[in-house]
Ligand binder design. Structure first.
Ligand code: GLN
Length: 279
């Protein structure tokens, strides 16, 4: 006799909770839905259905990976961010909800040409392009594997014809000027890496930390951005919640003005906005 979907679900929830996963109920439902190949909201309707053997096998494989604290987005291969779903692999940073603040801020600025430095999945750039039909964008990454993921996401969102995805070390291969430059660079200091949640071990280390004080990327971006930002253009950078004063100072020293710090939904500093005033 095979188990029911409901039995499988409660056992999975228990395993996830025992592995220290906070939102065990929500994640169990997502994993069960993926094992069954249905939408998560169908799972509760199927509680008394028998769990097919093939689904049982997929379920135990996914459960083992998640209990080893591999990120859910890697197991499902997808992550919802802003208004779309993005393909995610171990070669890119898993898009975080805090980063949506950066997308909102970008859409509050007038732009026709946007540059995203260290695009990863492309979640920031592609969300901006999808929401702003006339705009064009360039996304850079130092990782070829990340660029392949971003290209796939650009196709998926139907914006590939308006976006150029380019291998570049910050500005090294970037040409021309933009109205908006955005980035969510690696900003975790080397010493902080060991204090963070276990899921981060599965993400590319170079997407998370500069192996230094956490500010290396901001120095590189501040040094190059002025030459690639048109007059009146805006620079929006995601920051760690304690980095507002330091990043503001780096940008001010590089000649930026109109500095503002925007908070995320938890009320923490999350984005620094700076302008290049007409001159
Ligand atoms: N731009 C991508 C994101 O915000 C990747 C950022 C990164 O790898 N540091 O998710």
């Amino acid at each position: 006799m095979s188990r029911t979907v409901g039995d499988g679900l409660s056992e999975l929830r228990g395993k996830l909770a025992a592995a220290g996963i906070e939102s065990s109920a929500r994640e169990a439902r997502r994993i069960m839905a993926a094992a069954l190949g249905v939408a998560p909201d169908r799972v509760s309707l199927m509680q008394t259905d028998p769990l097919p053997h093939a689904a049982e096998d997929r379920l135990s494989g996914m459960a083992a990976r998640r209990c080893a604290r591999e990120p859910l987005a890697h197991i499902l291969g997808l992550r919802a961010f802003y208004r779309h779903e993005f393909r995610v692999t171990r070669h890119v940073l898993d898009p975080r909800p805090e980063t949506e603040v950066l997308v909102e801020a970008g859409l509050g600025a007038p732009f026709e040409r946007v540059l995203d430095l260290g695009t990863g999945t492309g979640c920031i750039l592609l969300s901006l392009l999808a929401a702003r039909p006339g705009a064009e964008g360039t996304g850079t990454d130092i990782s070829e594997e990340a660029l392949a993921v971003a290209r796939e996401n650009a196709q998926g969102l139907g914006v590939a014809d308006r976006c150029n995805l380019l291998k570049s070390d910050w500005f090294s291969a970037v040409e021309g000027q933009f109205d908006l430059i955005v980035s969510n660079p690696p900003y975790i200091a080397a010493w902080e890496m060991d204090t963070l949640e276990p899921e981060l071990r599965y993400e590319p280390r170079g997407a998370l930390t500069d192996e230094g004080d956490g500010l290396t990327a901001y120095r590189a971006i501040a040094a190059g951005a002025m030459a690639h930002l048109g007059p009146g253009g805006r620079l929006l950078l995601e920051i760690g919640w304690r980095q507002g004063p330091d990043v503001s100072e780096i940008l001010r020293a590089a000649g930026f003005d109109s500095l503002r710090i925007l908070s995320d939904l938890d009320g923490r500093d999350r984005v620094v906005s700076a302008a290049r005033t007409l001159s």
